[in-house]
Design a protein around this ligand. Sequence first.
Ligand code: ZN
Length: 324
Amino acid sequence: MKEVKDLVLMCSQIGKNIELTQAGGANASVKNSRSMWIKASGFNLSDVNCKSGYVLVNHPLIRESFEHGSAESEEQSRDLIKFSILDSNGGLKPSMEVGFHSYLPRCVLHTHPIFLNSISGLSDPASLLSSLGLDDVAVVDYFRPGFNLAKQVYSSFLSLNAKGCRYPSFILRNHGLLVSGQTPKDCLEKTLIISNAAKSLVLDRTNLVLPPYSPPVPHIHDGMSGFLGSVIGDSLSGVYMFPDAVVFLEDLKRGKGKASVLDGRLFYQLSEKSSRNIDEVLYAHNHVLNYSRVLGEIKPLSVRDVEELVNMEEEKYRKRSVEE
Ligand SMILES: [Zn+2]
């Protein structure tokens, strides 16, 4: 099926690039007029293949709830999403961002680019963002992922459409990038153009080099085996620049997660895959913090934003799936 092939193509091209996606954080979809194939929650992009890692949904049903303003709360939207599932592919759930996928054009790709997030998490990112020289891109303020964010993106989508833009892109502040297109190639190109423009600008302004990522290594400490990961930096200080940092690091900060601090690094008592997922988010967050602090005054997520993320049902589900 062409849609599935296109979905797998987008996921596989981006899935291994840690500068664009960490853990199961990014998502993609392809639709026809009746149905949409969307990455499943908790799956890494690189794990999506022709048979698994995606869910089939009746996206017109979800789209209409934005068009008519009929879904008014997160709870209502949650029920509607459950009802819209046509094939759960063995009990999977669609990405929690299924809302904005539902009304955007045929192909949609959402990523968490480290360099773009280093700019969009500043108190005043406007001049740096405009110097990227991007067309057909709207900047959307931070909103809680899921229904709240999808509602906000919808109003930016309508404004861009009204200006004649058929395939808009969105910079989601303190979160990431969202692009749309007719083909996977359109989405992949836009993602790379925008994230590379952000990378050049950040490296140019900060003179900080991004060291290559090295995954956690097997380690034994006090007779316990696990995986030794990246340095913690300031990432457990309670300052968070994007939602996944809260979802994956806040438990550790509160002393509840299955990892401990060893010589300034995280020692994971988890499977290799789960250790790697958390570690990728830690790596990205350290760099976003480092870069944005050199670029200007930062605007981290508020205490309220953090509490909301910790308590979100969808984020708890995603975290459980990623840690299994
Ligand atoms: Zn996201």
